[in-house]
Design a protein around this ligand. Structure first.
Ligand SMILES: [Zn+2]
Length: 243
C-alpha cells in the first residue's frame, strides 16, 4: 500500500533509443495504448516520421516539412517516453542558454543519478530544432537519417519545452543527459531541440522513482535483430548529440 504523502512517480518508455540505431523504425505500440501511460512526453512516429511532443494528452507530431499534425490513436510509435504530471519542483528562470539551464538544474537539485522530466513554459529568445523525415524501407541507420534532418530556427518565440534527463548509466536505453523537444504556442516551430536560449520561463521538474521499460515483444523484426553494441554509444551521440 502507498504511504500517504510519499512522493512516488514513474516514467514509461516504449522501445529504446539503442534499437533505433540499426534502423528498427517501425511503429510497435499504438498511440492510444501509449496515452494510457502518460499525458506528457516525447517520441517519434513510425518510420521516424517527425518528432512527437505530447502535451496535455495531445500527441502533436512536428514533421520535417515544418507542419504539425496530431497523431491518430491507431498510429504506432517505435520509441516514446511519457509520464503523468506530478510536479516536484517549480521555479522560474531568465536568460539562460541550454547548457546553463542543464547545469543549473543538476547543480541545484539532487537528480543526477535519476531519470527526471523537465518542462519549460514561456518565452525563448532563440530555438533551433530538427525534425527527421519519414523513412521508407529498407531503413537506413539512425546516423544516416540524422544527416538528412530538416533544421528550423526562430527568435522570440513562446512555447513549451518538454523532455527527460537520463543518467549516463542508462545511455542506450535513452540518450544520456537531456533529450528535449519543443512546440511553439502558435505551432510555427517545433521538434527535437538542438539549441535554445530561454528569455523567461516557468520550469517544472519531476524526478522518477520508477522507470517502466516496455519492449515490442511481439514484433518479429525486433525479436530477430542483432544489435551491434561496438559503436552504439558513439552512434547515439552522433545522431542525438546534445547535452
Ligand atoms: Zn528527440
Amino acid at each position: 500500500m502507498k504511504e500517504m504523502g510519499k512522493y512516488d512517480s514513474r516514467v514509461f518508455q516504449h522501445g529504446t533509443l539503442g534499437q533505433l540505431v540499426p534502423g528498427l523504425f517501425e511503429g510497435t505500440l499504438s498511440v492510444s495504448d501509449l496515452l494510457l501511460h502518460g499525458d506528457f512526453g516525447i517520441g517519434t512516429a513510425s518510420g521516424l516520421d517527425g518528432e512527437m511532443i505530447l502535451l496535455d494528452h495531445v500527441p502533436y507530431l512536428f514533421q520535417s516539412n515544418g507542419q504539425v499534425r496530431i497523431l491518430k490513436g491507431s498510429e504506432k510509435v517505435p520509441f516514446a517516453t511519457v509520464h503523468f504530471t506530478q510536479v516536484k519542483d517549480a521555479l522560474t528562470v531568465e536568460k539562460m542558454t541550454q547548457a546553463q539551464l542543464g547545469q543549473f538544474i543538476l547543480a541545484n537539485y539532487p537528480y543526477k543519478n535519476l531519470f527526471f522530466a523537465v518542462k519549460l513554459t514561456g518565452e525563448f529568445e532563440f530555438v533551433k530544432t530538427r525534425a527527421v523525415a519519414k523513412q521508407e524501407r529498407p531503413y537506413k541507420t539512425l546516423t544516416q537519417v540524422a544527416d538528412e534532418q530538416a533544421v528550423f530556427e526562430a527568435n522570440n518565440v513562446s512555447g513549451t519545452l518538454i523532455g527527460y534527463y537520463a543518467p549516463a548509466l542508462f545511455h542506450g536505453m535513452a540518450a544520456a543527459g537531456y533529450h528535449l523537444h519543443f512546440l511553439a504556442t502558435d505551432h510555427t516551430i517545433g521538434g527535437h531541440l538542438l539549441d535554445f536560449k530561454v528569455a523567461n520561463a516557468q520550469v517544472e521538474l519531476q524526478p522518477f522513482a520508477t522507470v517502466e521499460q516496455h519492449f515490442p515483444d511481439e514484433d518479429q523484426e525486433f525479436l530477430a535483430a542483432d544489435i551491434d553494441l561496438s559503436d552504439l554509444h558513439a552512434q547515439i551521440e552522433q545522431a542525438e548529440g546534445q547535452n
